[in-house]
Design a protein around this ligand. Structure first.
Ligand code: AP5
Length: 211
C-alpha cells in the first residue's frame, strides 16, 4: 500500500508514521528527513537547501521531485511506502503521478493554533531522528534521547519566525492539495488533534478495510 500523509507542519505526520510503518511493514519516506540528512552529511544537495529549510521556505519542485523519484527506485519498497511531506505543491502532485501509484491520501486535520504549540516544544535525536515533545511526549531523562543517550536538539525551523513562515507556506501552497486529492477520490480525513496512537490505529484500520 502506498500512502501520502498530508497536513500542516507539526500535525504529527512523522510521529504517526513511526508507529504505522512498524505495524504495516511500510517504508517511511520523509522529504524533510532526506533534506536534513543531506545537510548533516554536507552533500552538494545539503549545501544547496540548508538556508531554505532554516527559513521554513520550500525547496524547488524540480529538486524535490528528482530526489523522491530516485528514492522510489530503491528495492526496499515491496510492501509499500508512506510519503510524508511530499507532495507539497500541485506541480509536485502532478509529477508524482508520472512515477508512482498512490492508494490513499491521509489528511491530518488540526487547528493551526495547536501545531504552533507542538512545534515549539518539539525536540529530536540528531542521529536517529526520534521525535519528542517537552510536554506531550518527554524523554525519560530531560534533554537526552531514551536509547542513544545523545543530547536532543531543536530544529532550526522550529524557531518562532520560521514556524510562522512554514504555516503561511502550508496555507498557500500545500492546502490546495486537499481539494486536489478529494477530486481524485483518494482523500481520507482524520482528526489529528487527538493522541498519535489513536490516529495511527485509525490509519491501520483503514489499510485493512475495517473503516
Ligand atoms: P518536514 O520535515 O516535512 O516538516 P513539516 O511538514 O513542516 O512537518 P514536521 O516534521 O514539522 O511535522 P510533523 O507533522 O511530522 O509533526 P511531528 O510528528 O514531528 O519539512 C521540513 C522542510 O523541508 C520544509 O519546510 C521544506 O523546506 C523542506 N521540504 C520538505 N518536503 C518538501 C517538499 N515536498 N517540497 C519542498 N520542500 C520540502 O510532531 C510535531 C510535535 O508534536 C512533536 O514534538 C511530537 O512529539 C508532537 N506530537 C505529535 N503528535 C502529537 C499528538 N497527537 N499529541 C500531542 N503532541 C503530538
Amino acid at each position: 500500500m502506498n500512502i501520502i500523509f498530508l497536513g500542516p507542519p507539526g500535525a504529527g505526520k512523522g510521529t504517526v508514521a513511526a508507529i504505522v510503518k512498524e505495524q504495516l511493514g511500510l517504508v517511511h519516506i520523509s522529504t524533510g528527513d532526506l533534506f536534513r540528512s543531506n545537510i548533516k552529511n554536507e552533500t552538494a544537495l545539503g549545501k544547496q537547501v540548508k538556508a531554505i529549510l532554516a527559513s521554513g521556505g520550500l525547496v524547488s519542485d524540480e529538486i524535490t521531485c528528482k530526489m523522491v523519484e530516485e528514492r522510489l527506485k530503491e528495492k526496499d519498497l515491496e510492501h509499500g511506502f508512506i510519503l510524508d511531506g511530499f507532495p507539497r505543491t500541485i506541480p509536485q502532485a502532478d509529477e508524482l503521478k508520472k512515477f508512482a501509484k498512490i492508494d490513499a491520501v491521509i489528511e491530518f486535520a488540526i487547528p493551526l493554533e495547536d501545531v504552533v504549540r507542538r512545534l515549539s516544544g518539539r525536540r529530536m535525536c540528531p542521529s536517529t531522528g526520534r521525535i519528542y515533545h517537552i510536554e506531550f511526549d518527554p524523554p525519560k531523562k530531560e534533554g537526552f534521547d531514551d536509547e542513544t543517550g545523545e543530547p536532543l536538539i531543536q530544529r532550526d525551523d522550529d524557531k518562532e519566525e520560521a514556524i510562522r513562515h512554514r504555516l503561511d507556506v502550508y496555507t498557500k501552497q500545500t492546502e490546495p492539495l486537499i481539494a486536489y486529492y478529494k477530486k481524485e477520490g483518494l482523500l481520507k480525513t482524520f482528526d489529528a488533534s487527538v493522541s498519535s496512537k489513536h490516529v495511527a490505529q485509525c490509519i491501520i484500520k483503514l489499510s485493512k478495510g475495517e473503516i
